[in-house]
Write a new protein. Structure first.
Length: 195
């Protein structure tokens, strides 16, 4: 049957911008025959924005409306769903994720990735500190609890390596792990970002 026959149902991928969510979610969806949904883009397209944040030049997602929309339009989906966002949305019971993958990246490399994407300096700094302080991991733990969460360090890794690790967790060949990234203990962080 191969990987396309394996049933995972709902996988949630989160992480700071620049950690590789879109790339990994797309590759994982292709390798498993799953449907990939970017929740940020979906929220904009479907008008599920609470308000605009002029400082960050972005929309603030209405998480309650998003949850209701997903429950109404996705709970009878026949394929596996790979949901991706930099935030952790509480999903309706029928869409409870089997696994939550939190992508991480060493802050120095993350800064380079964000510069390449054209992020302004303030946005880079904000996202670097979110990564250093485990913001996406803490949010995922708060919403989903520790048993479903697996942290993946994408630093210096090819997408195929990250997808292979994700599949090992989804296929229960590897136990989920959290607490693998400790950026505050890095000497690089002390010199680069703590001034």
């Amino acid at each position: 049957m191969g990987r396309r026959g394996k049933i995972f149902k709902v996988i949630y991928i989160t992480g700071t911008p620049g950690t590789g969510k879109t790339t990994v979610a797309s590759a994982l969806a292709a390798s498993t025959g799953s449907r990939h949904v970017d929740l940020g883009k979906l929220s904009v397209e479907k008008g599920l924005i609470l308000r605009r944040d002029p400082l960050r030049k972005t929309g603030v997602v209405d998480l309650e409306k998003l949850s209701r929309f997903l429950g109404k339009h996705f709970q009878s989906e026949k394929r596996n769903l790979i949901l991706q966002a930099h935030f952790s949305a509480k999903l309706p019971p029928k869409l409870k994720p089997k696994s939550v993958l939190v992508l991480r990246c060493e802050p120095g490399e993350l800064a380079e990735r964000l510069k390449t994407k054209g992020f302004p300096a303030e946005k880079i700094s904000e996202n670097i500190w979110a990564e250093i302080l485990d913001y996406c991991l803490q949010e995922a733990l708060h919403v989903y609890g520790p048993s479903r969460i697996h942290e993946i360090d994408t630093t210096g890794r090819k997408v195929e390596e990250v997808v292979a690790e994700a599949l090992a967790v989804l296929e229960e060949r590897k136990k989920p792990q959290i607490g693998v990234c400790h950026w505050l203990q890095s000497q690089k962080i002390d010199r680069k970002f703590a001034s």
